[in-house]
Design a protein around this ligand. Structure first.
Ligand code: ADP
Ligand code: ZN
Ligand code: MG
Length: 503
């Protein structure tokens, strides 16, 4: 039987099968208080169970109150997805038991999500892709289980309720994605969008954004979807791409061997670089959803929605298009700038602070130097990045006062120390020497001291001129204007045939 030959992972799987991927992402919303009580969400570093009350502990008789801000953030996300908002919605109970869920149910939204039928556009190596957003709804986070060794050495599980009741938005896509890269790009773009509108900090490593991928395969050319597997526990964008790639190969090998894919939930292990079975997948029937009796239905006022829409900042896709089309940036640079809020701010503010700056030049400083220094800086280290100083520096390079290489050094010093560009240039003695007379003297000295190089040039080996330029640079500690030095050298060597023996 052919199927006894196990295919080597990665070879040919994508020729025989087309992956189908849909994403389910939970994000913690950026609110001051929890979803249904007044407890603070600023519990990072706080003692366990110090941010709790009868509501988020699930004590009998405690009644929930809706967090208006959380609803607004989901409505804003819906507006950013171009989604539909219902006039009326309600809350539903999703019933299940787990030690991190004190009420025995989660207050969620079932058939009337706050946002439905939107989309997100992403750029991928294979071109642009539009990902349908099926729905985004609001619910509450669970508590956190902490597994430790007890005093008698046995494993015990402790419950920390600080996270219990934090507002969560769940965003579900259509099964529109076809590659692991598209899935990673979707997650990255969603994070950027949510940060841009201030809905969430969406830090994956801190559990503020939890990404699950539903993955199935179908033979190429077939329309019907295959059985999907849900993959979770991916806590970086890289893990999202690796986990889906692994899962595609695992399913292809199983199908090739004549096996069947079982509908299940699998976890991703970064260390072992594989997915593993966690449990059979629950279906929505298992949750016995019913309307939440402790909360009134929610009416979404048209004027309220209009205010939320009007307050939306420029969205990443619009920003990229503006950088490209209006400012003439390369698509790649537009993407890099728009993907990083700090870079975006520095770029925009620098252009605003001084008229007439070339956007591409500013973009190069921000994507090249600023991001290089920022990404190399220790976590938590604040950089100065004063737009007026960057603008001043660009002007110094443009008028020849400072070399480009030295300007990079000055910019880094500014970012790290916060000192002004002019002061750094003065302190480091980096002002470029463009004065032809001053450089002429140095050129004379270098020519006299390097007869062999002069001989080489006369013999037609023009590269030797670079050596002499380098000597002038060394003498001036990089301050000489290279173009002026080149010109002076050429003039000396052309006119002054008897230069040797002068000194
Ligand atoms: P469930 O009821 O199992 O949660 P849903 O219909 O709610 O299933 O879909 C959950 C996610 O799985 C969505 O993102 C959806 O796009 C995706 N999905 C649905 N069917 C498939 C499939 N056959 N292959 C891959 N993803 C799928
Ligand atoms: Zn509380
Ligand atoms: Mg579902």
């Amino acid at each position: 039987m052919q199927s006894s030959i196990a295919p080597v992972p990665g070879t040919g799987a994508l020729e025989r099968y087309e992956p189908v991927i849909g994403m389910e992402v939970h994000v913690q919303l950026r609110t001051a208080s929890k979803m249904f009580c007044g407890c603070s969400t600023a519990y990072d570093g706080a003692a366990p169970n110090s941010h709790t009350c009868p509501v988020c502990l699930g004590l009998p008789g405690a009644l929930p109150v809706i967090n208006r801000r959380a609803v607004e953030l989901v409505l804003a996300a819906g507006a950013a997805f171009g989604a539909q908002t219902p006039e009326r919605t309600r809350w539903d109970r999703k019933n299940y038991f787990y030690p991190d869920l004190p009420k025995g149910y989660q207050i969620s939204q079932f058939d009337l999500p706050l946002a439905a039928a939107g989309s997100i556009a992403i750029d991928t190596s294979g071109g642009p892709v539009t990902v349908g957003i099926t729905r985004a709804h609001l619910e509450e986070d669970t508590a956190r289980l902490v597994h430790v060794a007890g005093s008698d050495g046995r494993r015990v599980s402790l419950v920390d309720f600080n996270r219990s009741g934090v507002p969560l938005m769940e965003i579900v896509t259509e099964p529109d994605l076809r590659t692991a890269e598209q899935a990673r790009r979707y997650a990255e773009e969603l994070q950027l969008l949510l940060r841009t509108i201030g809905a969430s900090d969406a830090e994956m490593e801190r559990g503020q954004m939890r990404v699950e991928a539903n993955v199935s395969l179908r033979p190429r050319g077939r329309e019907a979807f295959g059985t999907k597997v849900e993959v979770k526990n991916m806590n970086s964008f890289r893990s999202v791409e690796r986990a889906i790639t692994f899962e595609i190969e695992r399913q292809a090998a199983a199908l090739d061997a004549g096996g069947e894919i079982v509908m299940e939930t699998r976890g991703w292990s970064d260390d072992r670089a594989e997915t593993y079975r966690m449990r059979a997948k629950e279906t929505s029937d298992d949750y016995r959803y019913f309307p939440e009796p402790d909360l009134p239905p929610l009416r979404i006022d048209e004027a309220w929605l209009a205010r939320i829409r009007a307050a939306l900042p420029e969205l990443p896709a619009t920003r990229r298009a503006r950088y490209r089309d209006d400012l003439g940036l390369r698509a790649y640079d537009a993407g890099v700038l728009a993907a990083d809020p700090d870079a975006t701010r520095l770029f925009e503010a620098t252009l605003a602070v001084r008229a007439g700056l070339d956007p591409t030049t500013v973009a190069n400083w921000v994507t090249g130097e600023y991001l290089r220094v920022r990404n190399a800086a220790a976590a938590g280290e604040a950089l100065a990045a004063d737009p007026a100083e960057l603008a001043a520096l660009i002007a110094l390079v443009a008028d020849g006062s400072i070399s480009r290489a030295n300007a990079k050094e000055v910019f880094e010093a500014h970012l790290v120390t916060g000192d002004g560009v002019a002061a750094i240039v003065a302190a480091k003695g980096l002002r470029q020497i463009s004065d032809a007379d001053a450089l002429g003297e140095i050129v004379d000295r270098i020519v006299a001291a390097n007869p062999a190089a002069v001989e080489d040039i006369r013999a037609g080996r023009a590269q030797a001129i670079g050596f002499l330029v380098g000597q002038v640079m060394k003498e001036t500690r990089g301050q000489a204007n290279a173009a002026v030095v080149q010109a002076a050298l050429r003039a000396r060597l052309a006119n002054d045939g008897a230069g040797e023996g002068d000194g």
